[in-house]
Design a protein around this ligand. Structure first.
Ligand SMILES: [Zn+2]
Length: 418
């Protein structure tokens, strides 16, 4: 596949990109814009970059909002209650149909790798079984990582630990946890230690729903980071949400950041989900309840953004568009300086790929030819315009092609407008 007139991130020149047998074979700077030859794809000065990565979503729960009841309070805890009502209705067909529809939405918005949490506090483990099957079926089309996620607690739910281990034996890639939801602080601490033991036993990655609460005394992150540091597996460990960090005392946070940096763990923030679910017990002022994305990034700690939910008991909006999530994050975390804009896409691409441990990710000769082209020339424009994905290519094959949106007629269109 030959592409001309593409822009690459952090360059203003035009580039030609060639692929063969599913890999990037040549990336060369053009001396100016060229007229495409027969069979070449004309990127028309638009940005060609690595595909987006969704590092945190729940495919087993997606598209179930209002079934059988809506989450009226908007709290995380009512979300868990509503999900408990929905769980007995789960079947393989039901999960498969919704997961596929959700993956389709993500692919339409430039995603080619997904980490999904799947509830293991269900004695049938139907979610894990179904998603593991789907992962194999879609292996050539998308990278799917499955987190064994004990929604109702690893130690507080009857047989939670056994179910977690069974999920790993069935093929889950990542060990999950939810220490702040265990009955006691002690159980929370013990759950973190247990899940790290499981990760080492099964040679798995770790991704913990950690301190997803406004309680400033919820401090399981320090336990996760220190255990990861002592085990020497920090780069394989992710702390998701960490919304309590929003409410931590700054002096404590200053000490904590030293440990986080040393441990090498990764962070996922889900800003649309957190701004909606957190701060629900505040009157005014009302906390934003989103972790310190900007400060983590400035400290050189890997942080990325996920959607968490699409139309489920916790969050009833969402459309698969990570650029929307990024837009929210830039506002909520006050990352609206020019420098923030120029590297914005890191938060939904490179940083997320690092979190998932994806190999061969990125636009570089020798890597698998996985990329997208967006309707805009750089990070800033793409973020501001909330650009559509015009092309998505996987292993050199087009998996999505879209025409740029165009107004057909309006008295306001300037004749020379680009
Ligand atoms: Zn989640």
């Amino acid at each position: 596949m030959d592409i001309v007139n593409a822009r690459l991130r952090h360059h203003s020149d035009y580039f030609s990109i060639n692929t063969a047998n599913g890999y990037f074979t040549e990336i060369s700077m053009q001396s100016g814009r060229v007229i495409p030859k027969e069979g070449q794809y004309d990127a028309q000065g638009n940005l060609l970059c690595a595909p987006f990565v969704e590092p945190h979503i729940h495919l087993d729960a997606a598209l179930t909002a209002g079934e059988p009841e809506w989450n009226q309070s908007g709290t995380l805890f009512e979300g868990i209650e509503r999900w408990r009502q929905r769980k007995p209705m789960l079947s393989a067909d039901d999960i498969r149909r919704r997961a596929l529809s959700t993956i389709e939405l993500l692919v339409q918005n430039g995603v080619q790798a997904i980490r999904t949490h799947v509830d293991t506090t269900d004695p049938t483990l139907i979610g894990i079984r179904t998603l593991c099957e789907l992962r194999e079926e879609l292996r050539d089309k998308i990278d799917l990582q499955i987190v064994a996620f004990p929604q109702d607690g690893l130690l507080s739910f009857p047989d939670g630990l056994t179910l977690q281990e069974q999920a790993l034996q069935l093929g889950a890639d990542v060990v999950g946890g939810i220490p702040h939801f265990e009955y006691t602080r002690d159980l929370g601490v013990e759950s973190v230690k247990k899940l790290l033991e499981l990760a080492q036993k099964y040679d798995c990655l770790v991704d913990v729903h950690c301190d997803e609460i406004d309680d400033p005394s919820s401090r399981f992150l320090e336990v996760l980071a220190s255990e990861a540091l002592f085990s020497g597996i920090g780069h394989r460990v992710t702390a998701s949400h960490t919304t309590a960090m929003h409410s931590y005392d700054n002096a404590y946070c200053s000490k904590l950041f030293g440990l986080l940096k040393k441990s090498g763990i990764n962070f996922v923030s889900c800003p649309t989900e957190s701004i909606h679910l957190q701060g629900r017990f505040d009157t005014y002022p009302k906390r934003r309840g989103v972790t310190r994305v900007k400060e983590l990034q400035e400290a050189g700690i890997n942080v990325c953004l996920g959607q968490d939910s699409i139309f489920d008991p916790w969050y009833s909006l969402g459309n698969g568009k990570l650029l929307r999530t990024l837009d929210f994050a830039m506002h909520i975390c006050q990352m609206m300086g020019y420098k923030d804009y120029t590297k914005a896409l890191d938060l939904i691409s490179d940083n997320s790929a690092k979190t998932l441990g994806l190999e061969g990710y990125g636009v570089a000769v020798g890597n698998p030819a996985n990329f997208i082209i967006l309707d805009g020339q750089d990070d800033y424009t793409v973020l501001r315009k909330q650009s559509d994905v015009l092309l998505s290519v996987r292993r050199g094959h087009i998996i999505l092609e879209r025409e740029a949106a165009k107004v057909i007629s309006s008295p306001w269109i300037h004749e020379t407008a680009d």
